[in-house]
Design a protein around this ligand. Structure first.
Ligand SMILES: Cc1cc2nc3c(=O)[nH]c(=O)nc-3n(C[C@H](O)[C@H](O)[C@H](O)COP(=O)(O)OP(=O)(O)OC[C@H]3O[C@@H](n4cnc5c(N)ncnc54)[C@H](O)[C@@H]3O)c2cc1C
Length: 447
């Protein structure tokens, strides 16, 4: 394989962010008469969709406690809706079903969704919540629920198909995508700190601008860029020094091997993606033993792509030094970061807690397919979209990002010199300035 000796824009990573940036940048350059897709090269050490984007559950939602995240998601949902076929997008909607400890947070999400014109219904109170849920599913039985937020937009998309759709769009604009090209190091200018070339396993590529969209490999590329491993974080008036820039969490997801048609609404439609958090005790659907009496959460949807009812539960924190975490082999190939029996029992029991149709179905869980995978998170668990070393744009989504297909469009805008107000709250300087995003009462680090 031959790599070009030089390109204007080198994008590292053919996941959702690298591909979306490539496609939208090509369009921007053409529209402005400043170039075309031929100026853009995407390199991936494996290939299109080889990272988190290719294994993601694919949920697309707006439900975020943080106003800046919500506005960004509303923008991304518009991009999903712009071409549902190419992006393999299913606009079935999304529901956040919550206990009292999350009531006020979700109420404020609803108010702000109204303010930005994002259509949703909010139901409050235990009885009304049960009535609303039984109106959709007559076997609904989840306990401890006192509010339901029903987002009418959003839904889910099929991971690999959407990445192929995005890659095809970029290629139609003239973008080159090279698989099997791994960036091993960077060359920096002698006077400025800017990157002048990528050194890859297939040769050197000189470049004017670099975009980094490497998902869970961001810690590695960050180190190669010689960016700080530890940073200062100001929050609630306190200053903490030497906070590790990156940490890993392992996402736990899996599939119940039932006919996806079994999970429909009372009127026979495919349901919204359901996300249920509750503090009701969770008992095993196998032997009734107590699994937890602390707040827990799950999400699920019928999905023909996964061949069943697919979803997940809260991730767990990987306590190792980030430099020691084995990101490769990634996802289902990993011997270490895939789900085990604890997840299977918890998630299947939680499904049965929510809906009677899932009682006794645990034996149908797809044990023969590995699932789950690593995500790399920032100190406040929210994304960093920013420029480093003058000409390197890092898209580090802190594992929020399959749904964020629109971020590449905004990054493309910034690459041609137009600042995006939607991306402003995600600059690296927020850690030192203490301008962190508010945290919610959700059991998930990404809500
Ligand atoms: C199990 C799981 C489920 C998830 N579910 C959802 C969900 O339902 N909804 C949601 O919004 N988000 C979800 N996420 C998060 C989401 O998948 C990620 O945030 C997002 O896909 C990251 O996209 P990316 O483009 O940054 O990186 P990736 O998709 O990981 O792509 C990075 C690419 O970079 C390449 N690469 C890495 N290093 C190099 C190098 N040195 N040289 C060349 N190429 C390199 C890799 O091969 C890879 O293809 C999930 C994540 C996981 C792990």
């Amino acid at each position: 394989m031959s790599v070009p000796q030089g390109v204007k824009y080198a994008i590292i990573g053919a996941g959702v962010h690298g591909l979306s940036t490539a496609f939208h940048l090509a369009q921007k350059l053409k529209a402005a008469g400043r170039g075309s897709g031929a100026d853009i090269l995407v390199v991936d050490k494996t290939g299109v969709g080889a990272g988190a984007s290719g294994i993601a559950c694919g949920v697309v939602r707006n439900n975020y406690f943080q106003p800046a995240m919500r506005e960004l998601m509303a923008h991304s949902v518009e991009v999903w809706e712009s071409d549902p076929k190419a992006y393999s997008y299913h606009p079935v909607g999304y529901m956040q079903i919550s206990p009292e400890s999350m009531h006020a947070d979700v109420a404020s999400i609803y108010e702000q969704q109204k303010a930005i014109g994002y259509e949703s219904t909010f139901v409050e109170g235990a009885d009304d919540s049960m009535r609303y849920m039984r109106g959709l599913f007559d076997d609904w039985q989840a306990q401890g629920i006192t509010s339901v937020l029903h987002e009418k937009r959003g839904g889910y998309a099929n991971n690999q198909a959407s990445m192929r759709g995005l890659a095809a769009k970029a290629q139609e604009e003239g973008v080159r995508i090279l698989s099997g090209v791994e960036v091993k190091s960077f060359e920096f200018g002698s006077n400025s700190g800017a990157v002048t070339a990528l050194n890859t396993n297939q040769g050197r590529i000189a470049c004017d601008t670099v975009v980094v969209g490497v998902g869970p490999w961001v810690n590695k590329i960050w180190n190669l860029l010689e960016l700080p491993k530890k940073i200062t974080v100001k929050s609630n008036g306190k200053v903490r020094d030497d906070v590790p820039m990156w940490k890993f969490w392992c996402l736990e997801e899996g599939t119940l091997g039932v006919d996806p048609h079994m999970h429909r609404t009372n009127d026979g439609r495919f349901p919204p993606v359901l996300h249920v958090d509750t503090d009701a005790p969770l008992y095993s659907d196998r032997d009734r033993k107590l699994i937890t009496d602390k707040i827990w959460g799950i999400y699920y949807k019928p999905d023909f792509n996964f061949g069943g009812v697919q979803g997940g539960a809260s991730p767990y924190k990987v306590e190792q030094d980030p430099d020691q975490v084995a990101v490769d082999p990634y996802g289902p190939e990993s011997p270490e970061f895939v789900v085990g029996e604890d997840f299977i029992e918890m998630w299947c029991s939680a499904l049965a807690h929510c809906q009677k149709r899932f009682e006794g179905q645990m034996p149908l869980y797809k044990r023969d397919e590995n699932s789950g995978g690593l995500g790399c998170f920032t100190p406040d668990n929210f994304p960093v979209f920013d420029r480093f070393r003058e000409n390197v744009y890092v898209i580090a989504d802190s594992n929020h990002g399959y749904k964020m297909i629109g971020v590449g469009k905004l990054v493309a805008q910034e690459l041609v010199g137009e600042t995006s107000m939607l991306l402003e709250p995600f600059r690296f300087a927020r850690f030192a300035k203490g301008e962190l995003h508010p945290t919610s009462h959700s059991p998930f680090p990404w809500s």
